[in-house]
Design a protein around this ligand. Structure first.
Ligand SMILES: Cc1cc2nc3c(=O)[nH]c(=O)nc-3n(C[C@H](O)[C@H](O)[C@H](O)COP(=O)(O)O)c2cc1C
Length: 185
């Protein structure tokens, strides 16, 4: 019996023409049938405040519920000033609460960073990994994905070049195994 894994995809850029969003959409299109990539919009999330922890806004409840409909989380993020964009950190903080009950706890995850620069968002990628350790998410160690000069990897139709697509197909196969290993039967 084949199992389809649902993967919440959280993109760390709100830009309409975001390369990271394009990478996420391209991956959703070529992902195997056994892996369904569901992009979750974080644009309308409020700034996290511990004041509303007992009674969070509806958009926060909806966001947490949407993540909970999935088996795993894939983060696709740019690097801002050698770290994680604030909007992404805010989304993770929101999904990490209430304390010890956050929806992300224990969910298998993976991180992709993409930048127009040469270093492929290495700094953001590893800052995010540090954050996700505290959320108790098992994060795929390998393959690491740092997509440098990402603007040159996508065509006008939002498709990735063949070499990058092949690499990301292998990444998705590893991620699928990682999800299986880290999912309770
Ligand atoms: C505030 C800000 C800070 C940035 N800092 C970095 C950086 O530290 N490293 C890097 O490689 N690119 C940096 N960039 C460039 C981004 O890689 C580039 O804008 C990229 O296209 C953003 O991702 P997106 O296309 O998904 O929105 C920065 C861009 C912005 C707006």
């Amino acid at each position: 019996m084949s199992t389809t894994r649902n993967v919440a995809v959280i993109v760390g850029s709100l830009r309409k023409e975001s390369f990271n969003l394009k990478v996420a959409k391209a991956m959703a299109a070529f992902a195997p049938a056994s892996l369904k990539l569901n992009i979750i919009d974080i644009a309308d999330l409020p700034h996290f405040s511990q004041d509303w922890e007992a009674n969070p806004p509806q958009s926060v409840v909806d966001f947490r519920n949407k993540i909970g409909e999935n088996d795993a989380v894939l983060f696709v993020t740019p690097e801002y000033n050698r770290s994680i964009p604030g909007v992404l950190k805010n989304a993770v903080d929101i999904a990490s609460r209430p304390y010890a009950q956050g929806i992300l706890m224990g969910m298998p995850g993976a991180v992709i960073s993409a930048s127009i620069g040469a270093t492929g968002g290495f700094g953001a990628n590893h800052h995010l990994r540090q954050v996700l350790v505290n959320v108790n998410m098992p994060i795929l160690p390998q393959p690491e994905v740092y997509l440098g000069q990402v603007d040159k990897l996508l065509n006008d139709k939002g498709e990735l070049d063949e070499r990058t697509q092949k690499f990301l197909e292998k990444f998705l196969a590893s991620f699928e195994q990682w999800i299986t290993r880290n999912t309770k039967a």
